[in-house]
Design a binder for this molecule. Structure first.
Ligand code: SIN
Length: 479
């Protein structure tokens, strides 16, 4: 297991010599002591990335693609080890962690190809003695600040496009889950990635590490996945060096079920969207808007499916829902449930902590709340836990109004068979991602990101690589 900072192609201790404990949220067992990087370590990483940049951007895209593909192959080879590490760090069930490894590798595979299609343009000039060209050039060193809920995939979702574009990178992984990022760094070295192209600086003091991203002209792009609160701070800081930022921030996804929906598909979609990673993804359904005619049947089927979920240590056989990442996460989910119950909602299943033999008490029974109204906290704020609040609505207009009445706009889901309604909802929902009869829309080929307080920029798809490219206009007088 690699526990040191990865800088300039080598694993090195933090300059301070300090380390911090990474613990399994299910058991509190120490997984490892990890280097506690700080400003100086991050500066060294930025300098290494800046030194590596001229050579990396100059090699053919097809060569960069080989490196990315090789790294993806090694991730598949070591999938079981990576999945186990991921589950230990963030508590997610092993089955989900295995899916995450494949999802993570898909960003490298897809961008290995997309990097070959960074085409330029020629523009017809009005002066016949001139040729006007537009080049798309890698912007420089890219910094990535990644979250704990997808310790592997959020690293490669930022790394794939950055490295394919010809940028070099410094990653600051979440303090809860640095080991997965360091494992990727070790595989990158094995894949033959030149020193300095990828650097990883773990550490408890995220603010001091990110200082190193904003006190230099080398870093030309900062990508962050996490809370809206921290996103705002980074956006303010980006003004200092006029650095481009991509922000993938909080969500508050509505999951809308119309009377004409396929009930089986809606319930299966609700389960997949809500309980992935114990409800701790930015795109998890956060409130269920269910039309009155199908409401009771949906609640009955959904409740039965939720009550059957197996809660446990992510590494134990058959676990479907793991722990919350920490005590604060558990308390927040509990507070949302308590507030809803106090204001008249009813728990048709769950609503309390779950006891898991030999584990911490960070587990919550998967919960369905009915009779939820917009006055309740769970209807207004992201819960980030295994709680599914259900609110009945009458008309399509009501559903749209309820869905859009939030500062957030990451993902929304609609279950219906009506084609005209699908068009209207796709156009009128104020969200960056709309899943139509599809609860799992995220994929490497498509642009992922939000509007309003859910963020700026896109990851994935051909749009994702644009974030790392500067346009250069060349005016060439030929005669
Ligand atoms: C996230 O929660 O930020 C990522 C979710 C996904 O890629 O599906």
């Amino acid at each position: 297991m690699h526990t040191a900072c990865f800088v300039d192609g080598a694993f090195v201790p933090a300059r301070s010599g300090r380390t911090f404990a990474v613990r399994n949220p299910a058991t509190d067992a120490e997984v490892a002591q990890v280097a506690d990087g700080w400003l100086d370590d991050a500066r060294a990483a930025v300098e290494a990335a800046a030194r590596a940049f001229p050579a990396w951007k100059s090699i053919a895209a097809i060569e960069r693609a080989r490196h990315l593909r090789r790294l993806a192959e090694l991730m598949h080879r070591d999938a079981e080890r990576l999945a186990d590490l991921c589950s230990q760090e963030c508590g997610k069930p092993l089955a989900e962690a295995r899916t995450e490894v494949a999802y993570a590798a898909s960003f490298l595979e897809w961008y290995a190809e997309e990097g070959k299609r960074v085409y330029g343009e020629t523009i017809p000039a009005s002066d016949q003695a001139k040729r006007l060209l537009v080049l798309r050039r890698p912007c420089g060193v890219a910094a990535a600040i990644t979250p704990w809920n997808f310790p592997i995939a959020m690293v490669t979702r930022k790394m794939g496009p950055a490295l394919a574009a010809g940028c070099t990178q410094v990653v600051k992984p979440a303090e809860q889950t640095p080991l997965s990022a360091l494992a990727i760094a070790a595989l990158a070295a094995e894949a033959g990635l030149p020193a300095g192209v990828l650097n990883v600086v773990p550490g408890l003091d995220a603010a001091s590490i990110s200082d190193a991203f904003f006190d230099t002209l080398h870093v030309r792009h900062v990508s962050f996945t996490g809370s809206t609160e921290v996103g705002r701070i980074l956006l303010r800081r980006s003004a200092e060096q006029v650095v481009r930022v991509s922000l993938e921030l909080g969500g508050h996804a509505p999951f809308i079920v119309f009377d004409d929906a396929d009930l089986d598909a809606a319930v299966a979609g609700a389960m997949a969207s809500k309980f992935r990673n114990a409800g701790q993804t930015c795109v998890c359904a956060n409130r269920f808007l269910v039309q009155r005619g199908i409401h009771d049947a949906f609640v009955e089927r959904f409740t039965a499916a939720v009550a059957a979920l197996k809660v446990g240590d992510g590494r134990a056989d058959g676990t479907q829902v793991g722990p919350l990442i920490d005590d604060a996460g558990l308390r927040k989910a509990e507070a949302h449930v308590a507030d809803a119950l106090a204001r008249g909602a009813r728990a048709t299943t769950g609503g309390t902590r779950a006891r898991v033999e030999g584990c911490t008490d960070r587990f919550m029974r998967p919960t369905v709340l009915t009779g939820v109204t917009p006055a309740m906290t769970c209807f207004r704020e992201e819960t980030f836990g295994p709680v599914a609040p259900v609110c009945a609505f009458d008309s399509e207009g009501d559903a749209l109004r309820l869905a859009n009445d939030t500062p957030y706009g990451l993902a929304a889901y609609v279950f219906t068979k009506d084609g005209a309604r699908i068009v209207r909802m796709s156009e009128e929902l104020q969200y960056g991602i709309v899943g139509i009869n599809d609860a799992l829309p995220a994929t490497a080929q498509a642009p992922f990101g939000g509007v309003k307080h859910s963020g700026l920029g896109r990851e994935g798809g051909r749009q994702g690589i644009e974030e790392y490219l500067d346009l250069r206009y060349v005016s060439w007088r030929v005669g």
